[in-house]
Design a protein around this ligand. Structure first.
Ligand code: SF4
Length: 347
């Protein structure tokens, strides 16, 4: 390639292909209910850990395995796993271990809070062959953590993340941009800290105002204003670029569109295609940043990224047009690389 040509792969690191079977344990072990949290609406279930027994999960997963012979990843979400009564943790850990022995499960994870992991709890998880811990850190910013009444400091959150890694467990960091007391700069600083921790993956859940939460009351009293969609697209796409540059996959952006979720959203940056909009905005920013000061004659893009390239409802078109990219000079390829050819005057 000479200087009239530039080629590069999609900046997003590859994600694991293994199917995740989520087990929701709404509020199980949570020391209190967080001001924004509505697990019933978010997960579409209000079945408690006690009702949805380990026995039922075992029967379902092993039956699926007998049919498909494909092992899965098992995840315990929706509560604070490591703060559940020990007997409940052991019930689920034993069940997961047995499914691993059978080959039906090859990866197990749980979600918990940063103030509920110590050496002892992490050792227990390790002893039962847990692979990954997802920490609902939400922010490292003391101001935001205090305004959001999370009950721990940024330093404690950081220490917890380090502890998980030191214990030899894979770490996933969950962040919640737009919490009370947050700002664009604090969020981008959070992303820097997260990038520095080099977690196995990140989830980003922009803060929504859900029915029957303390945040809903604060919002109705005009004491809290969630981020707009536009602000969220911009900041999340910047966060993606930073995390991708460190090869950290972002495995979820925004809450899954459960049927029960939509009527419960009172305000905040919700869009069914939030993740793909942020991803495509990040991709466009990345491509355009590679072309500064140059006019493009032709661009060839891998066919599978066509919709990412143009964005939801062709949102990226106007930014491309300013740099001479139109439908006329974009070609689809079967390859893996984006290939740009610049006008001769510009090389
Ligand atoms: S710890 Fe997590 S699951 Fe529990 S109430 Fe808070 S946000 Fe909800």
């Amino acid at each position: 390639m000479n200087s009239r040509h530039l080629s590069f792969p999609h900046p997003e690191p590859p994600k694991t292909k293994i199917r995740l079977y989520p087990v929701f344990l709404p509020f199980a072990g949570c020391p209190f209910r967080c001001i924004y949290c509505s697990q019933k609406l978010q997960t579409g279930t209000d079945i408690s850990a006690a009702e949805k027994t380990a026995k039922e999960i075992f029967a379902l997963v092993s039956a699926n395995f007998a049919r498909s012979r494909k092992s899965i990843s098992l995840g315990f979400f929706g509560g604070t796993f490591t703060a559940m009564p020990l007997k409940d943790q052991l019930l689920l850990l034993n069940m997961a271990l047995e499914l691993k022995r059978l080959g039906a499960v090859e990866h197990v994870r749980c979600s918990t809070r940063p103030d509920c992991v110590n050496e002892e709890t992490l050792n227990l998880l390790k002893n039962y062959k847990m692979d990954m811990v997802e920490l609902g850190i939400q922010s490292f910013d003391d101001y935001s953590l205090s305004d959001s009444k999370r009950g721990y400091t940024g330093e404690q959150a950081l220490a917890a993340a380090v502890r998980v890694k030191k214990a030899g467990l894979e770490l996933v960091i969950q962040q919640m941009p737009g919490l009370p007391g947050s700002s664009a700069s604090a969020f981008l600083k959070d992303i820097e800290i997260t990038a520095g921790l080099e977690p196995a993956a990140v989830r980003l859940y922009p803060c929504l105002v859900m029915q029957n939460t303390v945040l809903a009351r604060l919002w109705s009293e005009k004491r809290f204003q969630p981020w707009s969609l536009k602000k969220t697209y911009k900041l999340v796409s910047l966060a993606l670029l930073r995390l991708w540059s460190k090869k950290i996959p972002v495995i979820r952006i925004g809450l899954a569109p459960e049927i029960s979720l939509l009527p419960g959203i009172m305000a905040g940056p919700w869009h069914p295609a939030l993740g793909s909009i942020c991803r495509s905005q990040a991709l466009a920013t990345y491509i355009l940043s590679r072309t500064t000061g140059k006019e493009i004659r032709q661009i060839s893009i891998p066919g599978r990224y066509q919709s990412d390239f143009w964005g939801f409802k062709k949102k990226n078109s106007s930014a491309y047009l300013k740099r001479g990219i139109t439908t006329d000079n974009v070609r689809l390829s079967q390859g893996d690389l984006f290939e740009l050819v610049f006008e001769p005057n510009y090389y």
